[in-house]
Design a protein around this ligand. Structure first.
Ligand SMILES: *Cc1c(COP(=O)(O)O)cnc(C)c1O
Length: 398
């Protein structure tokens, strides 16, 4: 009896402890009781961006979710994309990603924009993953897979119209596509290309793809759904309308990133993630004291600093010390010293800060922490602001 009473008293004391009540663990719901950093994935922002891009282009969207859904997490962002009306299809570059989408319950068509071995094809085709053949070997390989499985292999022809990175060179497509369509078991449903992202050139590339498709049809090569696509975020945001074809195929812009400063001025997209962490230590520096390795930053007056439990292994750029800021209690504060693997230090002057305080390092909530702005200040790629988010961080959908 007394033991039980002591336990209850102890529990009440813990609940009332100044430290725990200060830690706003309950805040942001699923933000569990831990000092580890996490990523919030913003469902409404993804839907908003997809709708905005569909409006800009007047086309359905093939949502590129490669590279762990641009860092947001394939298991998290895949199903969210699947549920968006404007999204007609999802696209990845690796077989594992296509399989992960199906495991996560994605039901819309999935396009694999990369190679698959015969063993992988035997797994992918039954899960209705559309292939992107681009090699001479494709007709023999795909028809063999179709006959082993007893079902057709759906494909979009991957055509190189000048990027010289992937795809069958445009000049060689006619004979090759005819062989594919004759080979049995291969169902050509579309064709696509990658744009070099230069005005003038992009439009010519899209024209080449259209001419090729028309030529194939004239030669009796059936393209069942005739879905032609080329435009990535760059072409959509630059309104290169001649490249929009039957569908657009953005990645970065869906997640709220802009491909350049120029496109950013048009506004309208919302960063679809927040990188969040907690204050794990607070310090008070006298004037002249230095911070981190080689004391790279020095206090010119008495200053409070806070150490955040997040660093460059989590995907926060090391260059953020060159003018980057983070959001604490609604205000931006400068990153100082060094961003190390698991630690980032900020200076808050004489403002209040406590262990357990929640900090947003990247997100839509303030101009200073917009991913494009952090990238600019840190001298980092805007793509890497997304794609380098550590796959190990917890993802929470908000
Ligand atoms: C990555 C990729 C895209 C999307 O590019 P963004 O610049 O992120 O819009 C489109 N198509 C292919 C083939 C890609 O590899």
């Amino acid at each position: 009896m007394s033991t039980r009473r002591a336990f209850l008293a102890g529990a009440a004391a813990v609940a009332a402890s100044p430290l725990l009540s200060r830690l706003s663990w309950a805040q942001g719901s699923a933000a569990a009781a831990t000092f580890d950093p996490w990523i919030e994935v913003d469902r409404a922002a993804l839907a908003h961006n997809a709708a905005a891009l569909a409006r800009m282009s007047g086309r359905p969207i093939i949502a590129v979710v490669k590279n762990n859904a641009y860092g947001l997490g394939l298991d998290t962002a895949g199903p969210l994309m699947d549920a968006i009306d404007a999204v007609r299809m999802l696209a990845v570059v690796r077989p594992d990603e296509a399989m992960a989408l199906r495991r996560a319950g994605v039901t819309k068509p999935v396009l694999l924009m990369g190679p698959a071995t015969e063993d992988e094809l035997l797994e992918l085709v039954p899960r209705d993953v559309i292939q992107s053949p681009y090699r001479d070997a494709a007709p023999a390989l795909l028809s063999r897979v179709a006959s082993r499985l007893g079902r057709p292999v759906r494909v979009h022809l991957y055509v190189d119209t000048g990027m010289h990175r992937m795809g069958m060179p445009a000049s060689e497509v006619a004979d090759w596509a005819a062989a594919l369509s004759r080979s049995g078991g291969v169902r050509i449903e579309g064709a696509f290309t990658e744009l070099v992202e230069d005005a003038g050139v992009d439009e010519r590339q899209a024209g080449t793809l259209q001419d090729l498709a028309a030529g194939l049809r004239a030669a009796g090569v059936a393209i069942e759904e005739a879905l032609l696509h080329a435009a990535s975020s760059d072409a959509v945001l630059h309104r290169r309308t001649a490249t929009f074809l039957d569908a657009v195929r953005p990645g970065l812009a869906l997640y709220g990133g802009y491909v350049s400063e120029q496109t950013r001025e048009q506004g309208g997209l919302r960063p679809a993630y927040r990188l969040k962490a907690r204050v794990i230590r607070v310090d008070r520096l006298a004037a002249g004291e230095g911070v981190s390795y080689h004391r790279r930053w020095r206090a010119d007056r008495p200053t409070t600093t806070a150490t955040l439990g997040v660093g460059h292994v989590d995907g926060y750029p090391g260059g953020a010390v060159k003018g980057g800021e983070v959001l604490l209690r609604g205000r931006p504060y400068p990153v100082i010293g060094t961003v190390s693997a698991s630690h980032t230090i900020i200076a808050v002057g004489d403002d209040p800060v406590q262990v357990g305080d929640e900090v947003t390092l990247v997100g839509p909530d303030h101009a200073a922490i917009h991913p494009n702005e952090v990238a600019k200040r840190a001298g980092y790629s805007e793509y890497d602001m997304f794609m380098h988010l550590s796959p190990g961080l917890r993802r929470i959908v908000v």
